[in-house]
Design a protein around this ligand. Sequence first.
Ligand code: ADP
Length: 339
Amino acid sequence: NDKSLIVSFGEMLIDFVPTVSGVSLAEAPGFLKAPGGAAANVAIAVARLGGKAAFVGKLGDDEFGHMLAGILKENDVIASGINFDKGARTALAFVTLRADGEREFMFYRNPSADMLLRPEELNLELIRSAKVFHYGSISLIVEPCRSAHLEAMKVAKRAGALLSYDPNLRLPLWPSAEEAREQILKIWDEADVIKVSDVELEFLTGSDKIDDETALTLWRPNFKLLLVTLGENGCKYYTKLLFYLPTTHRLKVRVTSFLAFHGTVDAFHVKTIDTTGAGDSFIGALLCKIVDDQSVLEDEPKLREILRFANACGAITTTKKGAIPALPSPDEVHKLLNA
Ligand code: ADP
């Protein structure tokens, strides 16, 4: 179809979630398997809302890998950017929310197929056709997927795509907190749109005060939008206006940007069961709304309307277990927006 393409680059895996709530992994009587992984969640979020999405990443050539590829196809996500690794297996995560409110993770990644994507395996034609290129999460941590990540970003940017970055900090997977902060901030400047959670903001700035002043230490002059998600408190946005100033050279104008406006858009009140995937649903919804008209990023009333839509998508995702099964359809969003 002729809709503009959103490419989501990174991981797809199986989450094993305990069959009962509020137990540690060791206490779980059994596990349910749920497809997930930040990049895949975003691609499916976009497709379910009626957008055109592709997933780029690597899966194991095993039962789980083929099951995941099938889920992408069932959800109308373009699959021509998927590679299968002949040797390594699909990544697995065991995740629980314990009774004390802490999330506990355990990963099968030694190494898993997603970490073995090589630059020469990238479908460059697909990446070049992206109007928006979204990335984040674990693909920066180790080689060779780190090189593949950097190459894909470069190719997309050169072809004119808007770059959207969600660091999806998974601290236990990094060798150290210092390295995580350093690597994330190293590619920070390249993005046009950035989404972080309040927890990530705290980690990246090293400050425990989550206010505008702290957020703005992370602002870069080339950013078009910085978003901080606040769970049940909605989200904050920081954006800018462009000013066209005449220069002394005839016919030439100089473009100057200023941080123009920022504010908060409240969340929706819903019955939250499991917040997995809320952030991915939120950013997928936003990308869907800006892919064809980026001028909305400089129009505050329109931007607030879009963020209200994204908050609704995030909220709905928390009302069901798992990430992918909980991503909303346009009808569900419409209902919540007009409730
Ligand atoms: P992340 O999953 O990246 O940590 P958040 O948990 O902040 O991100 O969720 C992303 C968005 O989803 C929020 O900005 C909000 O709009 C919505 N959301 C998340 N949790 C809730 C909740 N408990 N109630 C209503 N909306 C929520």
